[in-house]
Design a binder for this molecule. Sequence first.
Ligand code: PLP
Length: 449
Amino acid sequence: PQTDPRAGAAVKAVDRAHVFHSWSAQELIDPLAVAGAEGSYFWDHDGKRYLDLTSGLVYANIGYQHPKVVAAIQEQAARMTTFAPAFAVEARSEAARLIAERTPGDLDKIFFTNGGADAVEHALRMARLHTGRPKVLSAYRSYHGGTQQAINVTGDPRRWASDSASAGVVHFWAPFLYRSRFYAETEEQECARALEHLETTIAFEGPATIAAIILETVPGTAGIMVPPPGYLAGVREICDKYGIVLVLDEVMAGFGRTGEWFAADLFGVVPDLMTFAKGVNSGYVPLGGVAISGAIAETFARRAYPGGLTYSGHPLACAAAVATIDVMAEEGIVENARNLGASVVEPGLRALAERHPSVGEVRGVGMFWALELVKDRETREPLVPYNAAGEANAAMAAFGAAAKKAGVWPFVNMNRTHFVPPLNASESEVKEGLAALDQALSVADEYTG
Ligand code: PLP
């Protein structure tokens, strides 16, 4: 990489003067000035290189600057950079076809959005119009996006500031054995009791008032809790029983992250609506969407769907999706996630857990893994309290700093770190990431006991 510390300082100074950053107290942040990125790595203007264990915000599933996708974007830009959504355009048609071919069951119609949150907005609007019912059920420990309805259904502290506009949203507990709300001791108990809790919630809310249940197939930001066998099938059954639309949010879990094209394939469950974004084109150009079942598509066959976006199915974003899906198929990237996840990542993380008392649990699937860090393995007290900031978050801040010093960019959320590198990372890159975490966990260990 080329280095020029002065260029980095200039970029940073203008950023600090004019860029208003997401989710942040503007004066308390210190964004790194990034000079470049390629494959699984990025680097700053001083030439310090980081292995990106976050894939950006868990979206660059094919890594950075994949030459075939960059070339496809350049080609599309030369041919037709943009065109309005009411027209039939090759890149858009082709992206929809390739996505529909991979989505489960009869999810064969694709409504394109600019990202994940607006995909969630539209999925919930479709569900309400399809059923004529007002309410939506969603899980605590979830993230569905930053726009009004998407943040209202989210189950993390970021929704609190927007709760004044959360009419019709009801939260419930999804299964999570390590921190069971149901006093369960086995996955079977957790599954059965979580389903019973969901059905009771529906009974008390009034089944005829509920349009949709929205769940991340595998909750991502909230901690990568792979649902126990039978849970999603059970939710599907409950939805069928009460005429409720099942929305699976695959914005983070979709497009190979779990070692399947979609996480729903892990469980053999077909939702009525499925949201996607991120991995659909590795975030090279903003794109998201909703995959729609035959029955819901039929609702809007002769009745206008009251929703749209100027950039719905933007040709540049769609061309990036076509190229990304082709590259993922040609290079076996989904299989790589499955195989490397099982043969190197999982055993590597389990070995770290044995050596480090700060690791309370290792969980995940494919290239989608979380380490839950604790003060005490017996009591499972989190290494930092829920939603900790400042001094209370010192242990996780020290862990993050140690990881960066060791040459990796870690995903850190509350008391967890997630191991979510690009899906086409090599075995040696994954091992490099594990070795860096080994060093950083020694720092987390100092805060245990
Ligand atoms: N849904 C899930 C499961 C996500 O992980 C995210 C983003 O992290 C979103 C929705 C929101 O997507 P976006 O940030 O593209 O609006």
